[in-house]
Design a protein around this ligand. Structure first.
Ligand code: 2RA
Length: 353
């Protein structure tokens, strides 16, 4: 019998992208699909592959008979409900941060470590954070060939990483500054936002995003580090299976709606040329090279948003660092960075069922 798939968080920002992905997949291994959300959203009707489905309220019984349950909900909801789904027999693929670093939960990017999906003693598989995920297909491919040793990363993160509130805030800020001639004197953007009734106290970000960049993503964790920076370090080590990988990240929020970008400085055990790296990327189906800098061709978020692949450009050999490449990566943080990677894991589970 075809397996049953559940989507928990079906009405959220990532859940909506997940439904687009379900509707667009060329292969369809599933029988029944259940859409699950908070009691507030229960009863809503959503269409999956031509069938209108009614969203069910999160409760233990909704997991009975479910083979794979994808969770796209906040950490605390996953922490409480993923074990319930697993106890009822589902394999959970969780997109929250609740289980990512647990030793008995694999953290999976299909291009890097799909073999780990069978090792799930708690019935839970974790999906990485979107910032890590946006570079992993590219980095994993290089690691297999040249052995990654050190990684220095700067991120340029879209506001949709902070949810619907982040997107609404950016649009409101942009509307408040356009045509005002601000951004030329220290503090004038803040003043324009205050004048427009947009105090920073109401923002998900600690500084204006319009006409600005903000070197803070996630929550402050002490010693100068934000949570996103620590996630890049810890998750990269776990996914690539390099526990002592040297990593340093600086995560920055930028006025982009969707698609995270990263400037990557990666040092390898073995020498690597730009041509070799290009061949490796060409051979990786989920990586697309956009790299002709002489003609101004490179990936930008505005040009690749909505796409599934990881887009790579600006590949160059670091001038002063042996065995080191610099390159720029863009990946849609809601697709490969969240919903798509989760779904790819679910699809691999269905293929093995
Ligand atoms: C962010 N990576 O961009 C986070 C979302 N999971 O804020």
């Amino acid at each position: 019998m075809a397996p049953t798939l559940a989507l928990v968080g079906a009405t959220g920002a990532v859940g909506s992208v997940m439904i687009d992905i379900l509707n667009g997949r060329p292969e369809w291994p599933w029988g029944e699909v259940r859409l699950i959300a908070s009691p507030r959203s229960a009863g809503r009707k959503l269409t999956v592959r031509g069938e209108e489905l009614t969203v069910q309220a999160l409760a233990p019984e909704v997991f009975d008979g479910v083979d794979v349950a994808m969770f796209d909900v906040p950490d605390e909801i996953s922490a409480r409900w993923a074990p319930v789904a697993a106890e009822r027999g589902a394999v959970v693929v969780d997109n929250s941060g609740a289980f990512r670093m647990d030793d008995d939960v694999p953290l999976v990017v299909p291009e890097c470590n799909l073999d780990r999906i069978g090792e799930r003693p708690r019935g839970i598989i974790a999906n990485p954070n979107c910032t890590t995920l946006s570079m992993m297909a590219a980095l994993g491919a290089l690691h297999r060939e040249f052995g990654l040793r050190e990684l220095v990363v700067a991120s340029y993160q879209a506001v949709s990483g902070a949810g619907v509130a982040g997107v609404e805030r950016l649009y409101a800020e942009l509307a408040a500054v356009v045509g005002k001639g601000v951004g030329v004197r220290a503090g004038d953007v803040r003043e324009a936002l205050e004048a427009a009734g947009l105090p920073l106290a109401d923002s998900p970000f600690p500084a204006p995003l319009a006409l600005n960049v903000v070197p803070s993503a996630g929550s402050y964790k002490g010693d100068g580090w934000y949570s996103e920076e620590l996630k890049v370090r810890n998750e990269s080590r776990k996914i690539l299976g390099i526990p002592d990988l040297k990593v340093s990240a600086t995560c920055v929020r930028v006025p982009v709606v969707t698609t995270h970008s990263l400037a990557v400085h990666a040092t390898f055990e073995r020498p690597v040329t730009v041509e070799q790296a290009r061949r490796v990327f060409d051979a990786q189906p989920s990586v697309v090279l956009v790299d002709d800098p002489e003609r101004g061709v490179f990936p930008t978020p505005a040009d690749v948003v909505g796409g599934d692949p990881t887009y790579v450009g600006r590949i160059r050999q670091a001038l002063d660092f042996p065995n080191t490449l610099d390159f720029f990566v863009c990946g849609d943080n809601l697709r490969k960075g969240a919903a798509l990677n989760t779904y790819e894991i679910a699809e691999a589970l269905a293929a093995r069922a």
